[in-house]
Design a protein around this ligand. Structure first.
Ligand code: ZN
Length: 254
């Protein structure tokens, strides 16, 4: 194999002398220079490793210091919580995170206040539908009617829903500003309604007035306001005892 006759003028990367290379990739004029360069490269690599290690060490030390620090700057709090400084300021402005403004440029956050902020906000799974535990059998009730739905479905008045709800202890919950009634209970209570009240279910105005110590007008206002069912027999007015009781009977502790 014939050696190449090409001679390339190059500058030694180690000593800087000009030399004639046989290959483009030759970088040094001599083996000696190549060895020097190699050793220098290794030295630089080692130096870099040591430097990187030092940077890591300092960072870790800083983090450790931060760990023990009771008082934090906004930047430090951001670092700990892995948020931006802006994110921390947002928490402060919203009153979520307590901070102290010592001077115009100096805000201090107590580490304990970060814990307080976190503790106050446990992640709670919000039930999709409001649910309550049925006291009768301990099962969770998950199906509800709104008051409006009951009115439409069973053709009763708003006050009737509440009166019956009270009279029959229909489990209810408040969800997003609405009263929700246990579906199963409502189906029982309101479906049973078309059955005419029995003779014994009625009570005369005068008996109610005596029992609850009411004037005629007071009682009449209750009846009208709550839309209670009435029947007239001769000159006497009767109402359903269960309905008036639901309104006037003092609540009992369960
Ligand atoms: Zn050289």
């Amino acid at each position: 194999m014939a050696t190449s006759n090409i001679r390339i003028k190059k500058m030694c990367e180690w000593c800087g002398n000009e030399f004639e290379a046989q290959k483009c990739s030759t970088r040094y004029c001599s083996k000696r220079c190549a060895e020097h360069a190699y050793k220098e490269r290794k030295r630089q690599e080692k130096k870099k490793r040591v430097e990187n290690h030092e940077i890591e060490r300092v960072a870790a030390e800083g983090e450790n210091k931060l760990k023990d620090s009771q008082y934090l700057t906004v930047a430090e709090a951001a670092k700990i919580l892995k948020r931006t400084r802006f994110g921390i300021y947002k928490l402060i402005y919203r009153g979520v995170l307590k901070a102290y403004r010592i001077t115009g440029q100096w805000t201090v956050i107590k580490r304990a206040d970060i814990d307080v902020m976190i503790e106050a906000r446990p992640y709670e799974r919000k039930p999709k539908d409001a649910a309550i535990v049925n006291s009768e059998n301990g099962e969770a009730i998950s199906e509800f009617y709104t008051t409006k739905e009951i009115i439409e479905k069973f053709g009763v008045s708003n006050s009737c829903v509440f009166a019956q709800g009270k009279a029959h202890n229909i489990p209810k919950v408040y969800h997003r500003g609405k009263t929700l009634w246990s579906k199963a209970h409502c189906n029982r209570v309101f479906a049973a309604k078309p059955e005419p009240p029995k003779e014994d279910d009625w009570i005369s105005y005068s008996n109610v007035r005596a029992e609850y110590n009411l004037t005629y007008d007071q009682l009449h206002n209750y009846v009208k306001y709550h839309g209670l069912r009435r029947k007239k027999v001769g000159k006497y007015t009767y109402i359903l005892k269960s309905e008036i009781d639901a309104i006037l009977r003092p609540p009992t502790l369960k």
